[in-house]
Design a binder for this molecule. Sequence first.
Ligand code: MN
Length: 224
Amino acid sequence: MGVGERYARRIQEAGAVPTVLLPPESPEDAEALAASAVERMDGLLLAGGYDVDPAYYGESPAPGLGTVEPLRDAFEIALVRAFRRAGRPILGICRGAQVLNVALGGTLYQDIPGHNQSEPRPQATHPVFLAAESRLFRILGGVRELAVNSFHHQAVRTLAPGLVAVAHAPDGTIEAVEAREGAFLLGVQWHPEWLEDEASRAIFRAFVSAAGGHLPAAEEGRRG
Ligand code: MN
């Protein structure tokens, strides 16, 4: 199973029908394409990928900045704003969590050490500590600590207005953000699509549930 297919598979497992959006051919078309997507889709999953152009948070490229994809940045930032305006749920994973924060007015660290593991993707390598009373805490069934994988060299620096940090790594790195209020909006810095534990599946189920999806009967039975 390919890297991209993993996300779609987990969405499908959670009872929804995944579709893929391609960025526009020109940045001027990003807004219109995002507006069209929000009319047709119940929720937005932002996948992992390259670095967000620091120009979006008012900075010049710093040493350690990796590849940027201008069209993808423009499109995903327009998508976040459109889905947020429409009250539709958003799940951001890794780069997706960073895009969420930048699109809503936050900033990033352009290069941090210690979070790009060489171990295989399905292997957890550091814990995260969850904020009680958060949506993520409830989704995960009330655990305060979770073992996660780590494939990032950037991280949230300043939180966007309206977002709150709900999970931290032992070194203080923000590992999850969510919206204080309004529609479901969750960003996780790790890759739950590669982890096989129940908590990771619960994240996708919560997102699909927020999008109005229906779990297959067999899944409902297994949940109880
Ligand atoms: Mn990490």
